[in-house]
Design a protein around this ligand. Structure first.
Ligand SMILES: Nc1ncnc2c1ncn2[C@@H]1O[C@H](COP(=O)(O)OP(=O)(O)OP(=O)(O)O)[C@@H](O)[C@H]1O
Length: 293
């Protein structure tokens, strides 16, 4: 597990990070979200040692993180950084060799990633000749080619079409399922919602919330239910312990803090006719994001 503990950073007297602390757990996808200039890239750079923090510490499995361990991280920086004139597969093999893989292992890893990421037909093309989306896939392959146990990806989904997003999501999920810790930033909240197990929200250099996605969704959900039935639900307005928020014949939204009251509503609606929906409303990631920012 990676633990960031009280990291601070200022640029020329302007505070970019103010006591940032959160964990990145093994075998889990951690989504890192925040508005423009919130401090995501700065945090990731400090994590990778590309930039030095002014204060705070980072631990890996309980020990202070050092340059030696960082060398094994997989990192996709915001500024990207592959060689434009080098061929995709050749470049991946080269990077894997730099990370200490044997020539045979480097070749195998490059071949399998090229296939997994849908770059098979472009393996022998130079990076600069690829579309932006395919260049992005190659960047992701480069971060994964040495099979890192810790992956730090700055906006890995930007510029990808929906099918490419699905491909990359699958590849990253597999890495996490085999035990890797994956920290990724994204402005695309629907992808983060789909992909992350844990969530960290940062604003103006401070962590606003962090923790398990589902626990955060529960904590930020209002006690609100929706119901859709084949019969008129006008009787809801007279029900005790509930407040009707929205009503339209056979569809209604109501608040109640009493789960017994919600169950009573359901039982009565079932007696009156077909109930096609009855569900507590759960906070979406974008609702949580707006609430805490
Ligand atoms: N090298 C630098 N010199 C001066 N200020 C910097 C530098 N790098 C980052 N900053 C400032 O630090 C703050 C955090 O920037 P950072 O790039 O970490 O945000 P971010 O969350 O990654 O934003 P975005 O989503 O727009 O990429 C911003 O105010 C930014 O202008």
């Amino acid at each position: 597990m990676l633990q960031l503990d009280n990291i601070s950073k200022a640029f020329g007297g302007r505070i970019a990070l103010d006591g940032v602390s959160f964990d990145v757990r093994d075998g889990r996808m951690t989504g890192f979200v925040g508005g423009n200039g919130a401090g995501k890239t700065t945090t990731m750079r400090i994590l990778l040692g590309v930039l030095e923090g002014d204060a705070g510490e980072i631990f890996l499995d309980g020990d202070p993180l050092g340059a030696q361990q960082r060398r094994h991280f997989g990192y996709m920086p915001e500024e990207r950084g592959l060689y434009p004139k080098m061929k995709v597969r050749e470049q991946l093999v080269y990077l894997a060799r730099l990370h200490g893989l044997s020539s045979a292992d480097a070749g195998r890893s490059a071949d399998s990633l090229v296939e997994e990421l849908g770059l098979g037909e472009r393996r022998d093309s130079t990076l600069e000749s690829l579309s932006l989306g395919n260049q992005q896939r190659a960047q992701i392959a480069a971060a994964l080619v040495h099979d890192p146990q810790i992956l730090v990806l700055d906006e890995p989904f930007s510029g990808l079409d929906p099918l490419a997003v699905d491909t990359v999501v699958e590849v990253l999920k597999q890495r996490a399922a085999s035990g890797a810790s994956v920290l990724f930033s994204s402005h695309q909240l629907e992808i983060v919602e789909r992909l992350c197990d844990d969530l960290v929200i940062i604003a103006e250099g401070s962590i606003r919330v962090s923790g398990e996605r589902e626990a955060l969704r529960t904590a930020h959900s209002s006690p609100r239910y929706t119901i859709t039935a084949g019969s008129d639900l006008g009787w809801l307005r007279a029900e005790p312990d509930i407040t009707v928020v929205e009503f339209d014949g056979g569809h209604a939204t109501f608040d109640t803090t009493e789960s017994a009251a919600a169950q009573r509503v359901l039982s009565r609606a079932v007696l009156d006719g077909d109930v096609t929906t009855f569900a507590p409303q759960r906070a979406s990631l974008s609702q949580i994001f707006r609430e805490v920012i």
